[in-house]
Design a binder for this molecule. Structure first.
Ligand SMILES: Nc1ncnc2c1ncn2[C@@H]1O[C@H](COP(=O)(O)OP(=O)(O)OP(=O)(O)O)[C@@H](O)[C@H]1O
Length: 618
């Protein structure tokens, strides 16, 4: 879904409707208020001096007999103008200070970062008062002071976001390709930080409104004869004890507008997917003529022509993959081959700014292009359980939360289930261990905890992304055995991602080999022994040492390197590293063809016995 429909959807929620109404109301008052209520607001009436609030004057009259309610209405425009002006200064200042460290050299960048940190640590109000005094007392100098006062916090956010985006592979790729720093900032960094910055700006605007009103209230902001809501509050200071309603008008206006700014931020956050799971956009691929097979139709997970794109490069190219009920499928390939992104797309977890498109992306009868996977039917086990477990919570609490949230279990029942699941994954003394925090577990135990967390529901598919990479060989074998047992007992299907074809062959029924974001071969594990068809699969197998490997000879490696993100290849992407590559391989990309039951390969010159089958099929 593109941004406009998501915004429309967010505006249809009760919060969206309230935000739209409040924003429209404030805008209308700001535009038409001075025209409609200007005369009443400025009319001095010596007979009506200091009138209390009532039916004639909603908030009473001031020391010159002017109607306070009318003055609140008229003050809306100036208050908003000044707030927006100061916000603009905060944003411009924040953006400039925020991206400068990425543009300047290391030393100058560090100096700016340190200055920003210092300014953020300095008490905000003192800083603004200091600037207000330097610029002199006056409306626009106060706006400058407040804008500059809010700039360091904005700059800190921009710096952090810029640093995060600057560390991504696509920025690295752009650098390698010689793209200049300014271009990287404008093309790659700013568009990717725009959304969180926009959300922050809404909060900054609310803060600036309150700060400006505070300055005017202190007499350092708007000066007579002009007036904003802060100044109106100041004028009623000596009457507030006698007639509190005289201060309610400007006070309520400040609070209501501040809340509206906050709500605008919430609605933008809702529309951008800034809260909770960052579901990517999914667009159907336009023209693909193949019809889904009956096998694909009945699959538990069916992915058809899946593409995952990041700004500047496509990471997953037209991947077609199915996992049937109870089946274990392994995805193997070198780092960067797109294994994780394929699995993350199936779980609806591709990180921003990734964009997912697929002709079909279906899990358990749910169209993942439109809906998230249902409840706990899909479990994820990640490579780094320390990063996936909350260090501040006991593992029992984290596991129990799944049962409480998804199954409506009571606290005690949820904890009992957590204990049972920890026991089931081989944690000794689960009753005691349940009250420990993640750092009190070893790496292998934490991985077991992650698997137990997946089992808190009734998963139909467990996606395990390199679950054993960080573990030593013995623990690795235990975790693999556990995944096998879990699968046997729960009947769940398994999608196991690994760079190690040996690991996959121990646990899975079927192997999918990926290279440069494409599936290059797929075969039943049993066929591995007869030989694979794709030279890349053969090279992966060749790189795995066995008990008979000659220790005097260096281990086999695959020459060359996989393509960098964004590096477009012509022909077969593996051709530059393939000893069998012909001219055709270098000019024409092979398509993934079925070469037998459960076997597919994308190669113009496949190896082994599979070739005969291929010829028969052709
Ligand atoms: N958040 C991201 N932003 C930009 N590019 C990304 C992002 N995540 C992954 N990529 C790129 O997508 C490609 C595939 O990544 P993916 O993580 O799927 O590879 P992988 O095969 O799982 O490798 P690894 O085993 O190292 O995790 C890589 O080239 C990577 O640089």
């Amino acid at each position: 879904m593109s941004k406009a429909p998501r915004l429309r959807q967010a505006l249809r929620t009760p919060m969206g409707i309230a935000t739209a109404i409040l924003s429209a109301l404030i805008l209308l008052v700001a535009i038409f208020g001075p025209m409609l209520a200007g005369d009443t607001a400025d009319r001095i009436d010596t007979d009506a001096i200091g009138r209390h609030s009532g039916t004639e004057h909603l908030f009473g009259t001031d020391a010159l007999g002017r109607d306070i309610a009318a003055r609140v209405v008229v003050a809306t425009r100036l208050t908003l103008e000044l707030t927006l002006f100061a916000t603009l200064i905060a944003v411009l200042g924040g953006l400039i200070l925020g991206v400068l460290p990425a543009v300047l050299g290391r030393r100058a960048g560090r100096l700016i970062t340190a200055t920003v940190n210092l300014l953020v640590a300095f008490p905000g109000l003192l800083f603004v008062l200091f600037l207000a005094v330097i610029f002199g007392v006056g409306t626009f100098s106060a706006a400058f002071a407040i804008g500059l006062g809010a700039a360091p916090a904005t700059a800190r956010l921009v710096q952090n976001l810029t640093a995060a985006v600057a560390g991504t592979d696509y920025v690295a790729a752009a650098r390698i390709l010689g793209v200049g720093r300014f271009r990287i900032i404008v093309r790659h960094i700013l568009p990717n930080i725009a959304e969180p910055v926009a959300l922050f700006v809404a909060q900054v605007a609310a803060g600036i409104l309150v700060a400006f009103s505070g300055l005017s209230f202190l007499g350092l902001g708007v000066q007579a004869p002009d007036y904003d809501w802060g100044r109106l509050l100041n004028e009623q200071l000596d009457r507030v004890m006698v007639d509190p309603m005289s201060a309610v008008g400007p006070g309520a206006a400040i609070v209501l507008t501040g809340i509206t700014f906050g709500l605008i931020g919430e609605v933008v956050a809702g529309a951008s997917g800034g809260r909770g799971a960052n579901r990517p956009e999914a667009e159907p691929v336009a023209s693909i003529d193949e019809q889904p097979t009956a096998e694909a139709e009945s699959a538990l997970l069916h992915v058809d022509h899946l593409r995952v794109r990041f700004p500047g490069h496509t990471a997953v190219h037209d991947v077609c993959l199915s996992v049937t009920e109870g089946e274990a499928v392994g995805i193997v390939g070198e780092s960067g081959s797109g294994k994780s992104l394929t699995a993350l797309a199936a779980a609806g977890l591709v990180p921003h700014p990734g964009r997912v498109s697929a002709r079909t992306l279906r899990f358990a009868d749910r169209d993942l292009n439109r809906q998230a996977p249902k409840g706990t039917s899909l479990a994820m086990v990640f490579q780094d359980p320390m990063a996936s477990l909350n260090p501040a919570l006991t593992v029992g609490r984290q596991l129990a939360e799944v049962a409480e949230v998804h199954h409506g279990a009571g606290r005690a029942a949820a904890l009992a289930r957590a204990v049972a699941r920890l026991g089931a994954v081989g944690i000794i003394n689960p009753e005691q261990r349940v009250s420990k925090r993640p750092h009190e577990f070893s790496g292998g135990m934490r991985q077991r905890v992650m698997i137990a967390m997946g089992l808190m529901g009734e998963p139909r598919l467990i996606i395990a992304d390199e679950p054993t990479t960080a573990l030593d060989v013995t623990v690795q074998a235990q975790v693999l055995a556990l995944l096998r047992d879990v699968r046997d007992e729960s009947g769940a299907a398994l999608l196991l991602i690994s760079h190690d074809i040996a690991v996959v062959s121990q646990v899975c029924d079927r192997v999918v080999v990926m290279y440069a974001g494409r599936i290059v071969e797929e075969l039943p594990v049993g066929d591995l022994a007869d030989g694979v068809a794709h030279p890349y699969s053969a090279a992966l197998i060749g790189a795995v040492p066995t008990m008979t490997t000659d220790r005097d000879v260096p281990l086999a490696t695959i020459p060359g390197r996989p393509p960098e993100p964004g590096e477009e290849s012509v022909g077969c992407p593996f051709a530059p590293r393939c000893a069998r590559a012909s001219d055709r391989c270098r000019t024409e990309e092979p398509v993934l063809e079925r070469i037998g039951p459960g076997r597919r390969v994308a190669c113009w010159d496949p190896i082994t016995t599979a070739v005969h089958e291929l010829e028969e099929v052709r």
